[in-house]
Design a protein around this ligand. Structure first.
Ligand code: C2O
Ligand code: CU
Ligand code: CU
Length: 488
């Protein structure tokens, strides 16, 4: 039960910290204990709710998911959006290395869809993480994912991946968390999954289609939600250690996360762990990235903010407009009060991550990310290309040798950042803007800043088969900034 005064403080702090707010902060009416309702009918300040959790037992997790368009509650308001099993986000799936995850996906949408388990190191073939499966409206497909016994722990997620519909379906509400548990437990007082997503809801309670201009820059929603809520409240006692599993499920929005007044310790980004946990002042997540964080609670009220991140502009090409720089947004409030508690044991030292900087590289290649206008001025459509080509489901762009190590030079010639995502095999960043990486960083989404180059190394081990790499600004992916890779 919250004391009223701290709630009021929280709202004030929230208002101070937000310049050019994306969420409606005017017209907030503070109610006694059930949060606040803004003039647009959304509720803010409620206690954070977690998506339902489904956990594997005896090495197996079997889940039924249904994607549908229906009336659901988003930030306290009844709206018509997309969801898995009626929830936004969908259920959290908790598995361990070596487990089998069975997902029966029923597509109750009116469009085709399918499922991708983003970041999982599993086979891209057959009914595993196969990007060439289409589930027509009304159909059901049985997925089966076998996690290797040494699958890295971390935060992963699932979302649809049907080409040309990915941005609409994710933006509409289709996503959920997958957690691969640590082999050796990391002590925490409690754990919270924070699925951060953005969405726009019209006055009539629907999700609008994106304009050409929005697609060019990558659409950003007017509301930034945490587990489907607006600025929910979290409470803790001083000294408690929280485990936050943060997912950037936004279609295009970058999240530069800050939590002033609290101690943040980063265990890892995307998959796996740093050998030693790092204290950080902020965490930047490109669309698709995840953070596995510890928050050591200090007395006081803190606002989790996504502060302004400049990911470039498509204005030059569009003859004005197409701004893609978000203002600061308050995402959640953490209220820490009460008697302090004892500290928890130190985070166990993690196994040394593999370092490909000393590996033998058997092939080098370059991927050039470019944007432009096709079809003439004015009514033209955008082009978003990799090596001058847009996606073609019938073409293999990149053939790699199974079990080899490659170095990829990722060059972005455009004025916008592009976050490159590769399925199945994570990438180790070895050089950024001409500077060698100082430590071992593995990610499955690597941001390539506008007009710059990033080098990564990839070990194509454990699985062969065909899958994709693409920009995780999902409007760019749908526009064709995607290629097919085959490991033979
Ligand atoms: Cu999260 Cu190919 O996508
Ligand atoms: Cu993915
Ligand atoms: Cu892009």
């Amino acid at each position: 039960m919250m004391v009223d005064i701290s709630r009021r403080n929280a709202l004030i702090l929230g208002a101070v910290g937000v310049g050019g707010v994306a969420i409606g902060s005017t017209g907030l009416i503070v109610s006694q204990s059930t949060g606040s309702t803004s003039s647009s009918g959304f509720t803010t300040g409620n206690a954070l709710a977690l998506p339902p959790e489904l956990r594997s037992t005896k090495g197996v997790l079997t889940v039924a998911l249904e994607s549908s368009a229906q009336k659901i509650t988003v930030a306290g308001r009844e709206v018509r959006a997309l969801s898995y099993n009626g929830g936004l986000p969908g259920p959290t799936l908790r598995v361990r290395a070596g487990d089998i995850l069975n997902v029966s996906l029923h597509n109750a949408l009116t469009d085709p869809s399918n499922l991708h388990v983003h970041g999982l190191h599993v086979s891209p073939q057959n009914n595993s993480d196969n990007m060439f499966v289409t589930i027509d409206a009304g159909d059901t497909f049985e997925y089966r994912y076998e996690l290797p016994a040494d699958h890295p722990p971390g935060v992963y997620w699932y979302h649809p991946h049907h080409h040309e519909l990915v941005a609409d379906q994710v933006f509409g509400g289709l996503y959920g968390a997958i957690i691969v548990e640590d082999p050796e437990e990391i002590a925490a007082t409690r754990e919270r999954v924070l699925v951060i997503s953005d969405i726009t809801i019209t006055a009539s309670g629907t999700v609008p289609a994106a304009t050409q201009m929005e697609k060019m820059a990558g659409r950003e929603g007017e509301l930034v939600l945490v587990n489907g809520q607006l600025t929910p409240e979290l409470t803790a006692r001083p000294g408690e250690r929280e485990r936050w599993r943060v997912i950037n499920a936004c279609t295009s929005r970058y999240l530069r996360l800050q939590l002033d007044g609290q101690q943040l310790t980063l265990l890892g980004i995307d998959s796996g762990r740093f050998e030693t946990a790092r204290d950080v002042g902020e965490v930047v997540l490109a669309p698709g990235n995840r953070a596995d964080l510890l928050v050591t609670a200090q007395s006081g009220t803190s606002i989790l903010r996504a502060v302004r991140f400049d990911r470039g502009s498509s204005g030059g090409m569009m003859g004005g407009g197409g701004s893609s720089t978000s203002a600061d947004v308050s995402l959640a409030t953490l209220v820490v009060e009460g008697a302090s508690t004892e500290g928890l044991p130190d985070v166990p030292v993690q196994p040394l991550p593999r370092d490909l900087r000393s590996a033998t590289v058997t092939a080098q290649r370059e991927l050039v990310f470019a944007m432009g206008m096709g079809g003439g001025m004015g009514g033209g459509t955008m082009s978003a290309t990799i090596n001058n080509l847009t996606f073609d489901a019938a073409r293999v762009d990149t053939t790699v040798q199974f079990d080899s190590v490659e170095e990829w030079m990722l060059t972005n010639t455009s004025m916008l950042d592009h976050p490159l995502h590769l399925h199945v095999w994570p990438m180790q960043v070895v050089e950024l803007g001409g500077q060698p990486a100082e430590s071992v960083i593995w990610q499955d989404v690597v941001n390539i800043p506008a007009r710059s180059t990033v080098r990564v190394r990839i070990a194509f081990n454990d699985f062969s088969g065909k899958t994709v790499y693409h920009c995780h600004i999902l409007d760019h992916e749908d526009a064709g900034m995607m290629g097919i890779i085959q490991a033979l």
